[in-house]
Design a protein around this ligand. Structure first.
Ligand SMILES: Nc1ncnc2c1ncn2[C@@H]1O[C@H](COP(=O)(O)OP(=O)(O)OP(=O)(O)O)[C@@H](O)[C@H]1O
Length: 249
C-alpha cells in the first residue's frame, strides 16, 4: 500500500529551497582600504538540510552567515531567503525575515540581568499566541533538552562558557526557526555536550524542516552534515564534499 503523502511533501513551501545564494560578492572598507571578502558565492539550502561550512580563519564564513541572516545589506548578487530577495530589501523586510531565522553566534548575546529561563523565554516570545505559562514551560523544556534543566534560575555570569552557549542554543530553538545559522556552536563545549547539541540541531532540522547552516572547525561533528561546503578566500570550493548518500545521514 502506498503511504499517504506527508504534509511536507504536499506543501510547496516545504520543498522549495530555504536559501538560494547566487553570485554573492561582498566588500568591506572604502577607497584604497576597500577589500573583497566574498567572491561570487553560490549556495542552496533545502528544508531539513544540515550544511556545514568550514574554511580557514578570515576567509569570509561569518560574513556569509550574516548576509544570509539578513543582518547586513547585500551589495552584489542575490540572496533569497524563504523566497524573498534580500538584495535591495529594506530594514523592515529584513527584520520580518529575521523573526524566522535562529542565530547562534559566538559571544552568546544573552541578557545579563535575565535568568537562563527568561533568556530562553525571549525566544518563544517571538511565537505569537502563546500565554506566559506556555512560554515558560517551553523554555524549561528546551533548557532540559540542552542539559540545563537544573540551571533554570541562574544568571549568565553564574554559568560556564559552555552552559551559556547551550542557553543561547535553547533560545534560538525556542523560537522554532525555519532556518538556523550557527557560528561555531560547539567551540566552548566538551565533546559529549557538543555531540548532544548538534544532535539536537539535527533533530530540529528533521522534525520541523528547519535548514541549518553551521560554521565549524570541529572535526568531531562533521558527521552531522548532509553537506559539507568549504570556503577559501571568499569562494566556496568547487570540490565541496557531498556527504549525502555517502552513509553520513
Ligand atoms: N566589519 C568589518 N569591517 C572590515 N573588515 C571586516 C569586517 N568584518 C570582517 N572583516 C574582515 O573580513 C574578512 C572575513 O571575515 P569573516 O569574519 O567573515 O571571516 P571568518 O571566515 O568568519 O573568520 P573566523 O573563522 O576567524 O571567524 C577578515 O579578513 C576580517 O578581518
Amino acid at each position: 500500500m502506498t503511504p499517504a503523502p506527508t504534509p511536507a511533501a504536499t506543501d510547496p513551501d516545504a520543498t522549495s529551497p530555504l536559501v538560494e545564494v547566487r553570485g554573492l560578492s561582498h566588500w568591506y572598507g572604502s577607497g584604497s582600504m576597500r577589500r573583497q571578502v566574498l567572491q561570487g558565492v553560490d549556495l542552496t539550502i533545502a528544508p531539513g538540510e544540515v550544511v556545514l561550512l568550514t574554511g580557514p580563519s578570515g576567509c569570509g564564513k561569518t560574513t556569509l552567515l550574516t548576509l544570509v541572516g539578513a543582518l547586513r545589506q547585500v551589495q552584489e548578487g542575490s540572496v533569497r531567503v524563504f523566497g524573498e530577495e534580500l538584495n535591495g530589501a529594506g530594514r523592515s523586510a529584513r527584520q520580518r525575515l529575521r523573526r524566522h531565522i535562529g542565530m547562534i553566534f559566538q559571544g552568546h548575546n544573552l541578557l545579563r540581568c535575565l535568568s537562563a529561563e527568561q533568556n530562553v523565554q525571549m525566544g518563544s516570545d517571538l511565537l505569537g499566541g502563546l500565554g506566559y505559562r506556555a512560554r515558560r514551560d517551553q523554555a524549561r523544556e528546551w533548557l532540559r533538552q540542552v542539559g540545563l534543566g537544573d540551571q533554570l534560575h541562574k544568571l549568565p555570569h553564574d554559568l560556564s562558557g559552555g552552559q551559556k552557549q547551550r542557553v543561547a542554543i535553547a533560545r534560538a530553538l525556542a523560537a522554532r526557526p525555519r532556518l538556523l545559522l550557527a557560528d561555531e556552536p560547539t567551540a566552548a563545549l566538551d565533546s559529549r555536550s557538543g555531540r548532544e547539541v548538534v544532535d539536537l540541531l539535527k533533530g530540529l532540522a528533521r522534525e520541523q524542516g528547519c535548514g541549518v547552516l553551521m560554521v565549524t572547525h570541529d572535526p568531531r561533528i562533521l558527521d552531522v552534515a548532509d553537506r559539507l561546503v568549504q570556503m577559501e578566500d571568499g569562494q566556496l570550493s568547487a570540490g565541496s564534499l557531498e556527504l549525502v548518500g555517502a552513509g553520513y545521514r
